[in-house]
Design a protein around this ligand. Sequence first.
Ligand SMILES: [Zn+2]
Ligand SMILES: [Zn+2]
Length: 336
Amino acid sequence: MLPHRRVYRTKSEWPDAGSLRALGETVFGFPMKLPSMAHDENGDTAHQSAAALKETFATIGNETRAEILRILGEDPYAELSFSELRSRMGEDIDSGQFNYHLKQLRGQFVDRTDDGYTLRPEGVTLYRLIRAGSFTQELHLEPFGAGFDCYFCEAAVEARYETGVFELVCPGCAYQYGKARLPPSAIDPDEPHAALSLIDQYLRQNILALSGGVCPFCVNALDVGFVPGEDVWVESAAELDVLVEYSCDHCGNGHYLSVGLSLLYESSLISFFEDHGVDVTSIPHWNLEFAITNDAVTVRETDPWEVSLTVSRDDERLVIVVDDDLTVLESYREAG
Ligand SMILES: [Zn+2]
Ligand SMILES: [Zn+2]
């Protein structure tokens, strides 16, 4: 893939080293693979120690090193020689000093090739997160209407954004329709509604990965299974009598989805709606009642689980039956 646009930033627009250091205190909501998460000799990624994380953030919490990241990030496909890179620094820096800081970044965020210095993929991810304003801008919004009523209590659902966290919540019953960590730049405060369809698609990448059985954080295979809603401690879960649980024993990531969301990308479901003039891949998923409530779900067996989802459109019904691990046993249409 080629870069489609280049916007150069001046040094004054780049966060200072203190803000970058604050990264260490920020919980990452984005899938960022840090260098020291690499597999060890046993093939384990296991648990990254707090000390290793601290060290990583300390590496970038320095004016010179932050500036090197910015310069290389402006031109991620170029390889800059030592002297070229040094000459692009805002101020004159001693060659030995510069070399020292460059060395600190090498292997973690910067690579040296025969032709010069370039950002490693981790460096590019870091540059983009910082440039998107994930850690250096602030935005507080008054809650605004999400444009639909709660399926459980009929109150108007609200969208909220505060300190990097977006939520779609019912003020009546507190049901949470969606939650995501987003940089402030994702939302235009003058037109916050415009962000809703973007956020829907953003959240769908997780739904798609989970329903495909892949961890969206570490790309390992997930354990998948049904769980009764009353056994799930997550707020709102008790509204649903059954949920699908996805857990990753590799990185500890875990999620619950409704049965409808788990089957949102099932091909027979997409084509059923397509045949009735509805594109379920582009409507915000919180507007698809079958994907939020369990009204369309029937638990046929619990040991082992066998569950069906029935959706209707015009004078036709689609029934999808899945087993214990969400494999589709059958999918058929009928009149009604
Ligand atoms: Zn409600
Ligand atoms: Zn994982």
